[in-house]
Design a protein around this ligand. Structure first.
Ligand SMILES: NC(=O)CCC(=O)C(=O)O
Length: 302
């Protein structure tokens, strides 16, 4: 007799995506992020998410200037003011914090990364994710972007354990386009896929919501995409529209383009129910195609 699978989300958790307005001054960005994390925590969120490159403008010209070093870990305040600011935000507000992403410089290899840091309510670093799929696209007349001109790619699927709740997966923006990464995370027990991201005004309206819903319906778990607020005076105009999608791919909440906080309560029964009613997990045909969740998912990095 097969017993019911253990719930992947042990108890409900309220989460917030902070659609942060940030500018060129890192100190100001960090202070502003701290105010917004406190606001999200005061309204009951236990998991708070910041956007991609929340402490700097987004663009290849900016990565070296804003990069911080995270190794050896923990870094000093001089090496990484953002590491310390994020740790303090998590501890002061007693929340799990997915600290968007920051440009990182590995001092030994001299390589740059787009890196996300997740902290626990005690302020300790729980996980890191270096963007695995670099944003290199060229849509003539619309948008050219080549992160790989400056950045190197990360090498792992990043799962982070939140002990009272369960496991989340953290990836960054363009990573959302690669279903394998999401599927591996879901099949390894994640209850939510969390993507700090910054889509643009060309691909945002086409694919942002669609991709969030696709990853949710593929995997029957929650998906949260957290964007910066749109700034038309910046060199890169973020789409905004931070959103949270449930395991049936229903959009629970979606921002417009300006600064705001979107919130939703995630409930384990909704995952269980979606998987019971549409039992994909018992119907996979690993005799026909391989199970991508098996095998090595992590190479040594941060
Ligand atoms: N920051 C990013 O990775 C942007 C990804 C994006 O806009 C896309 O269309 O994909």
């Amino acid at each position: 007799m097969s017993s019911a699978p253990a719930p992947v989300l042990k108890k409900p958790i309220k989460i917030s995506c902070i659609q942060l307005a940030s500018g060129a001054d890192k100190d100001t960005n960090l202070k502003h992020a701290a105010e917004k994390v406190a606001e999200a925590a005061q309204s009951g969120s236990k998991l708070v998410i910041l956007p991609e490159c929340f402490n700097s403008p987004y663009g290849c010209d900016y990565f070296p200037k804003y990069a911080e070093t995270l190794l050896p870990s923990p870094p000093t305040k001089d090496q990484s003011p953002s590491f310390h600011a994020l740790s303090a935000m998590a501890a002061e507000n007693n929340v799990y914090l997915v600290g968007g992403s920051i440009p990182e410089l590995n001092p030994e290899t001299k390589k740059y990364y787009n890196t996300s840091l997740t902290f626990g309510p005690d302020g300790k670093l729980l996980g890191t994710h270096r963007k695995v799929h670099l944003f290199d696209i060229d849509i003539p007349g619309k948008i050219f972007f080549k992160e790989s001109e400056v950045l190197s790619a990360g090498n792992k699927v990043s799962l982070v354990d939140l002990p009272e709740y369960g496991t989340i997966a953290v990836a960054i923006c363009y990573d959302v386009r690669f279903p394998e990464l999401a599927t591996i995370a879901a099949r390894r027990g994640a209850f939510a896929l969390i993507y700090p991201g910054a889509f643009n005004l060309t691909t945002g309206p086409l694919h942002w919501r669609l991709l969030a819903q696709a990853r949710a319906v593929d995997n029957q778990i929650y998906v949260a995409l957290c964007s910066p607020a749109r700034d038309m005076s910046a060199s890169y105009n973020a789409w905004g529209h931070s959103l949270i999608v449930n395991p049936l791919a229903k959009v629970l909440v979606e921002a417009e383009e300006s600064e705001t906080i979107v919130q939703a309560e995630l409930v384990g029964e909704d995952i269980t129910e979606a998987r019971k009613n549409i039992p994909l997990n018992n119907q996979r045909r690993f005799d026909v195609y391989p199970d991508v969740s098996q095998g090595k998912i992590s190479f040594d990095e941060l």
